[in-house]
Design a protein. Structure first.
Length: 212
């Protein structure tokens, strides 16, 4: 039990990450490190799992990569076996089960991350959180990381039913700016998944075109 609590403390030190569902999809937002010596292409903060689903994590990012790789394999296996994309909740349960197993045995430690899995399937947009214990919650919008508490207060106040893509992107940028304003070593990193469309990273130009 103490190890799970320690893992949650690691999550609180991670950069802010959030996902917002809107009428036709999901927006992902976090902070990406930048600097003169940083090779930007080497830093991955929003992990594409399949065309219709992606993930973000806060905490020990090396742990996140392990779960992301497992999830990618699971998603492709499902597609090959059944001829259709995996449901977001189906994938989330696999992740939660894996995280929960590591809380049961001595000699193992829990994953030191919280993870947001979000995407769009035949039942619509989904934003699902898995904490270090493997507990799963679905939200309309949710944030993790050092700015998670403030971000979730803002989401609770400003999220609304049937938000447009423009409103969701604007809200995500506003929250990242306010929660990470004391951290000058990063810049916003956004991605989007819409119904009938594939996962896309948003360039600065693309963000501006959406917000016009």
């Amino acid at each position: 039990m103490f190890q799970v609590e320690y893992a949650k403390e690691a999550v609180k030190r991670g950069s802010t990450a959030l996902a917002i569902s809107f009428k036709d999809g999901v927006v992902f937002a976090t902070i990406k490190p930048v600097g003169k010596l940083v090779v930007a292409e080497s830093v991955e903060k929003i992990y594409q799992i399949d065309d219709h689903v992606a993930a973000m994590a806060a905490g020990l990012i090396a742990d996140a990569r392990s779960l992301v790789q497992m999830s990618r394999i699971r998603a492709q296996t499902h597609k090959i076996t059944y001829g259709e994309p995996i449901d977001v909740w189906n994938l989330a349960k696999n992740i939660g089960n894996r995280m929960q197993v590591l809380t049961q045995y001595g000699g193992l430690r829990p994953y030191g991350i919280s993870l947001i899995l979000a995407g769009v399937d035949k039942s619509g947009p989904h934003v699902i959180e898995s904490d270090p214990s493997g507990t799963l919650f679905e939200w309309r919008a949710f944030s993790i990381g050092r700015g998670g508490s403030l971000a979730n207060k803002m989401l609770n106040q400003k999220w609304k039913e049937n938000m447009s893509e423009k409103e969701a992107v604007a809200l995500a940028l506003d929250i990242i700016d306010k929660t990470e304003k004391e951290k000058k070593e990063g810049e916003p990193d956004l991605a989007i998944i819409k119904k009938g469309d594939r996962f896309k990273k948003l360039s600065e130009e693309h963000m501006k075109s959406i917000l016009k």
